[in-house]
Design a protein around this ligand. Structure first.
Ligand SMILES: Cc1ncc(COP(=O)(O)O)c(C=O)c1O
Length: 437
C-alpha cells in the first residue's frame, strides 16, 4: 500500500499539528470492519470508532450501495421548498428511537451545525411563546459543543476559545462534574450530584425568566468521558422545569447506542426538550447531523407564523442531502437488523472491566466510563497534553487508533467489536504506556 500525492501542504488539516503530521504522516489508505491500514501496510485496530462515528464498523457495503444507487437515481434535491422521500423516511426512523413526544428532526451536516441550529430553535421557541427576554444560555466547563460560533460560545475548553476572543454574549458557565473523589469510579459516580445546584444559583442571580436553555452532554465525551453523578441530571431537569428553561441533551456522541440504549436519555432516565445528534447517524459515511424536538416546540414555532409562511428561517444548502439520507437509512437498518445497540449493552461490562485493568499502570491518573465509552487519563508530561500527543502517535505505529484530547484517551469501540478486539485494544494501549513510561 502507498499513497501518491505531490505535497501535503495544500490541505490545512483540522485539529492537527500540521507541521508535525506532515513530517511523518499517519496516512490511512484503507478501512474495513474493526481495522484501518496505513500506507506502509500496518494494520490498526480502531479503538474509538474513528471519531465515535462508526458503530457498525468501517466500509459497510450496504451503506456504500445505498449511497451509490441514490446518487444514480437522484443526486441532489435542494431542500428549500422541495423534498425527496429519503429525508422523511430517515426522520421517522430517528424519531422511533427517541422518547414518544420527539416527533420532529431538523437535519444538519454536523454536530456543530446541530448545536447552532438548536440555539436558534430555542430562541425562536421562546419568542413564539411571548418570552423573548429568555436569551441567556447556560453551559458547563469542559463541555464540547462543536466549533461553530454558537458551539464555541458554549464551549468549556480553553484552547477552543482563547484564540478567537469574540463569542456570543449572555452565556453562563456552571462547573463540570468531575471531582477528586470520583477518581477511578466506574459508571455513575456516587458523589457530585449536588453540583446541579449551580444552575439554580445562576437562576437566582440572573433571574430564572431570563434563562433560555442549558446545554448538557449527558456524558461529556470530548474532554475525556465525564460521567454524570447519580442524581445530577434529574436535578438539572427539575430546575429547568421550575424556571421554564429548556434542557438540551447534546447527544452527538452518546446518540445511536453508545450507552447501550438508543440515546442516553434512556440510560439516565431523564428526558430533555431538545436532542442534538450527528456522529453515528450515517455510521460515519456521509456528513450529517440533526436536532430532534418535541411536539410542543415544533408546534409552538409553527403556530406563531401565518399559514403558508416559512416558519423557521434557517437551513443549509445541504440539509437532508439525498446521499446522506440514503446512508442514514442504510445505517439505521444495520443497527436494527444486527441489534447493535443491544450488542453494545451486552458488551459494556466486559469492555469496562478490560479498560479498568489498566488502573495499576503508573502512567494512568484516572479512568472513567459507562456504556461503550471510557476515558483513560495519563499523568501529564512536560506540558499539559504533550504526553497525550506522544501516546496517540506511538499507538498508531503500534497498530491502535485512539482519539486523544489533551492527556485523555477516549476509547469507544464499534459495537461489532468482539472480546478479542477489546483485548487487542487494551493490550496495545498497555504496550504503548510501557514504551513511554
Ligand atoms: C457533544 C458534541 N457536540 C458537538 C460536536 C461537534 O460535532 P462535529 O465535529 O460533527 O461538528 C461534537 C464533536 O465531537 C460533540 O462531541
Amino acid at each position: 500500500m502507498s499513497f501518491d500525492v505531490n505535497s501535503l501542504e495544500a490541505h490545512w488539516m483540522p485539529f492537527t499539528a500540521n507541521r508535525d503530521f506532515k513530517s511523518n504522516p499517519r496516512m490511512v489508505v484503507k478501512s474495513e470492519g474493526m481495522y484501518m491500514w496505513d500506507y506502509k501496510g500496518g494494520q490498526i485496530i480502531d479503538g474509538s470508532s474513528a471519531l465515535f462515528c462508526t458503530p457498525a464498523g468501517h466500509a459497510r457495503r450496504e451503506i456504500a450501495e445505498a449511497v451509490y444507487n441514490q446518487m444514480l437515481n437522484n443526486d441532489y434535491t435542494p431542500h428549500f421548498q422541495l423534498g425527496h422521500p429519503g429525508s422523511f423516511e430517515l426522520a421517522e426512523r430517528v424519531c422511533r428511537l427517541l422518547p414518544d413526544d420527539f416527533n420532529h428532526v431538523f437535519f444538519t451536516n454536523s454536530g456543530s451545525e446541530s448545536v447552532d441550529t438548536a440555539i436558534k430553535v430555542i430562541l425562536a421557541y421562546h419568542r413564539a411563546r411571548g418570552e423573548a427576554q429568555r436569551t441567556r444560555l447556560v453551559s458547563r466547563e469542559r463541555a464540547y459543543h462543536g466549533v461553530n460560533m454558537g458551539g464555541v460560545s458554549l464551549a468549556g475548553m480553553i484552547k477552543n476559545r482563547e484564540t478567537f476572543g469574540l463569542t456570543l454574549p449572555n452565556i453562563s458557565m456552571i462547573r463540570h462534574t468531575w471531582t477528586e473523589q470520583q477518581r477511578f469510579a466506574k459508571g455513575q459516580p456516587l458523589t457530585g450530584g449536588e453540583m446541579a445546584m449551580d444552575l439554580e444559583r445562576i437562576a437566582e442571580n440572573l433571574g430564572g425568566n431570563t434563562l433560555a436553555a442549558v446545554f448538557i452532554e449527558p456524558v461529556a465525551g470530548s474532554t475525556g468521558t465525564l460521567v454524570p453523578p447519580v442524581g445530577y441530571l434529574e436535578k438539572v431537569r427539575e430546575i429547568c422545569d421550575n424556571h421554564g428553561l429548556l434542557l438540551v441533551f447534546d447527544e452527538v456522541i452518546t446518540g445511536f447506542g453508545r450507552m447501550g440504549t438508543p440515546f442516553a436519555t434512556y440510560k439516565f432516565n431523564v428526558k430533555p426538550d431538545i436532542i442534538t445528534m450527528a456522529k453515528a447517524l450515517t455510521n460515519g459515511s456521509i456528513p450529517m447531523g440533526g436536532v430532534a424536538v418535541t411536539d410542543e416546540i415544533y408546534n409552538t414555532i409553527n403556530d406563531a407564523s401565518p399559514i403558508n409562511a416559512i416558519e423557521f428561517f434557517h437551513g443549509y444548502t445541504y440539509s437532508a442531502h439525498p446521499a446522506a439520507c440514503a446512508a442514514g437509512i442504510a445505517s439505521q437498518k444495520i443497527y436494527q437488523e444486527e441489534s447493535l445497540f443491544e450488542q453494545a449493552a451486552s458488551m459494556e461490562s466486559y469492555f469496562l472491566d478490560a479498560i479498568w485493568s489498566l488502573e495499576d499502570h503508573p502512567m494512568v491518573a484516572d479512568i472513567r466510563g459507562i456504556g461503550m465509552m471510557a476515558g483513560v487519563e495519563v499523568h501529564p508530561g512536560a506540558t499539559p497534553g504533550a504526553r497525550g500527543m506522544e501516546m496517540q502517535k506511538a499507538m498508531f505505529w503500534n497498530g491502535l487508533h485512539i482519539k486523544w484530547t489533551g492527556d485523555n484517551a477516549i476509547i469507544a469501540p464499534a459495537f461489532i467489536a468482539e472480546r478479542k478486539h477489546i483485548d487487542e485494544i487494551v493490550n496495545k494501549f498497555r504496550k504503548t504506556l510501557d514504551q513511554l513510561k
